[in-house]
Ligand binder design. Structure first.
Ligand code: F6P
Ligand code: MG
Length: 443
């Protein structure tokens, strides 16, 4: 048995679709096929645009992609063995090594329902990417773009509220004393947290935009925060500030585009303008991922949309954000590790350059549910296991998860808290109603 396989035996097992009725099983059986079917329909509806842009070649490519995806859908629905990737991208070998690893671990061949859910679900998105990548001239087409853009436009009122709030606040930011600064600070991570309700993967692509006033919701939703380490975040950021550190670096590992991304950018603007942080590094996906996850293109598009909005404060936000990017106070990164199926405890080994980059941070914020699954290895931990333990040696820097609960994993709860919730609300872990602000100091 390899060293890695031996280590895995010591940990709780990863979630998988083997158990009928489990959330993993239901996701693979019901949700992933819906997402794939929507992708196929979207390509079909886009046929005329492909023709306009690329002529007959565009139509031929579109047909081939649809064929590949229909085959993929059949493989998934009939629990066929997973197959090696056939493209030639920088991560292809890593994916195929992963397949070998699972082959060695299991009795039968790796398959959709038998293998770890984290692996198979990520594999589906990577296969969608493979289908496109192999079919120029439409290889660059983002099959989720339409839904992501729709999510942004549908949330416009909430974005206006948030932009107005931040621009008013920034007018006096230098005069705010520490008490007021702290009050404001405590609000914005919560807006960013609840923004995570707006993901298009849980809703399988159906509209899930922000309709209510996001600032008013902060008060209403407070009691749904199961782990609240906001004070610890404040301490990390203010300790650095008081020590007159030359720079305070914050990293945000982004999740969904649309309202959630806008809320993250407003939080980043506040932290920079208040000098709680002096540089902010964003980490996004390098390929379309889990329907609504942010790519570099989504980030740039969002900033441009804000700039050109027909609303003074939205537009001001967009102009400022572009300025931060230009002068390097905000930096956008992508790395192929974020779209591998690995738990983060493997980052130091698989992507040492990324791990070293994150070690430069004073605080890393991980947004969303998928990041939480990867932080905790997607394992069936006991509710009371400390977050630090579930991170399984992933400690590049102090870190925090801002996540609404959308899968059946939760650690760091008080004794009895999880059991009580299960009794009163059996679906508490999977409906996105509850949230956490969960911190680990790294040392
Ligand atoms: O479908 C699996 C899943 O990880 C869910 O647990 C969650 O609904 C979604 O995908 C991703 O959520 P998020 O955008 O918050 O990472
Ligand atoms: Mg997401």
């Amino acid at each position: 048995m390899s060293k890695m396989a031996a280590q895995e035996v010591m940990l709780p097992p990863q979630l998988a679709g083997k158990l009928k009725g489990s959330f993993a099983y239901n996701t693979i059986k019901d949700k992933l096929p819906v997402i794939l079917t929507r992708v196929i329909n979207n390509l079909d509806q886009h046929k005329n645009e492909f023709f306009k842009e690329h002529g007959e070649k565009g139509i031929e490519a579109e047909k081939k992609v649809i064929d590949s995806l229909s085959k993929l859908l059949d493989e998934l629905q009939t629990d066929k063995p997973l197959i090696a990737l056939n493209d030639n991208l920088p991560d292809t070998t890593l994916w195929n090594q992963c397949l070998e690893h699972h082959r060695n671990l299991s009795d039968g061949p790796p398959s959709w329902f038998q293998s770890p859910w984290l692996y198979t679900e990520c594999y589906m998105y990577r296969r969608i990417h493979e289908a496109l990548t192999q079919n120029p001239p439409i290889s660059e087409y983002d099959v989720f773009k339409k839904e992501k853009d729709h999510g942004f436009f549908e949330s416009e009122q909430a974005i206006i509220v948030l932009s107005t709030y931040i621009q008013e606040l920034l007018k006096n930011i230098e005069d705010l004393d520490e008490k007021f600064l702290k009050e404001e600070f405590l609000k914005l991570p919560q807006v960013s947290l609840w923004g995570n309700k707006c993901d298009l993967s849980l809703s399988a692509g159906a509209d899930s935009s922000q309709k209510s006033d996001p600032l008013q919701s902060v008060e209403e939703l407070k009691s749904f925060i199961l782990v609240d380490h906001m004070e610890k975040l404040w301490s990390v950021l203010t300790n650095k500030k008081n020590l007159n550190a030359q720079s305070t670096r914050l990293d945000i590992v982004l999740d969904n585009a649309g309202f959630e991304l806008t809320a993250d950018l407003v939080l980043a603007d506040f932290l920079l303008s208040s000098q709680l942080a002096t540089e902010i590094h964003f980490h996004g996906k390098s390929i379309p991922w889990y329907v609504s996850d942010t790519t570099k293109h989504d980030m740039n598009w969002t900033i441009k949309q804000m700039q050109s909005a027909n609303h003074k404060w939205m537009s001001r936000c967009g102009v400022c954000w572009e300025g931060y990017m230009k002068k390097g106070a905000w930096v956008y990164h992508d790395h192929l590790f974020w779209t591998l199926p690995h738990e983060y405890s493997r980052m130091a080994q698989v992507a040492p350059d990324l791990y070293t980059e994150l070690q430069k941070s004073n605080l890393i914020i991980f947004k969303g549910d998928l990041n939480y699954r990867k932080l905790t290895g997607d394992r069936k931990w006991e509710f009371t296991v400390p977050f630090h333990q579930a991170l399984n040696n992933f400690h590049p820097a102090p870190l925090c998860s801002l996540r609404t609960l959308k899968c059946d994993i939760q650690v760091g709860l008080k004794p009895g808290q999880g059991e009580q919730l299960t009794k009163t609300e059996p679906e508490w872990m999977i409906i996105g109603k509850y949230g956490i602000v969960q911190f680990d100091a790294a040392s």
